[in-house]
Write a protein that binds this ligand. Structure first.
Ligand SMILES: [Zn+2]
Length: 100
């Protein structure tokens, strides 16, 4: 089961929990139920893709930019389908921006 990062809106604490994607949110370490999932895997995936595109640092910024422009909308679309537009906008605003 994958681990996800969560944020407690009550005590503003961030924590990680192993949890099914479609299960109800786990309570925070202090017992609050008002938590939201943080999408931290998306930037990690993107970083991996960009590293691949970079071939050990030989890619130009222009190549990275076009790779980002090509992959980001696909990834964003997947996340929106799974989580909804609001969640993606709130948790992964970088997906709405261009690579820089
Ligand atoms: Zn809490």
């Amino acid at each position: 089961m994958p681990a996800y990062d969560y944020h407690c809106k009550v005590c503003d604490v961030q924590f990680e929990a192993r949890h099914g994607f479609n299960d109800p949110m786990p309570p925070c370490p202090n017992g609050h139920d008002d938590v939201e999932r943080l999408i931290t895997t998306a930037p990690r995936v993107l970083q991996g893709m960009l590293a691949d595109a970079g071939h050990g640092g030989t890619a130009t910024k222009e190549q990275l930019r076009s790779k980002w422009a090509e992959e980001t909308p696909k990834l964003r679309e997947k996340l929106v389908k799974k989580l909804g537009e609001d969640v993606v906008n709130r948790n992964a605003p970088s997906l709405n921006t261009s690579y820089d």
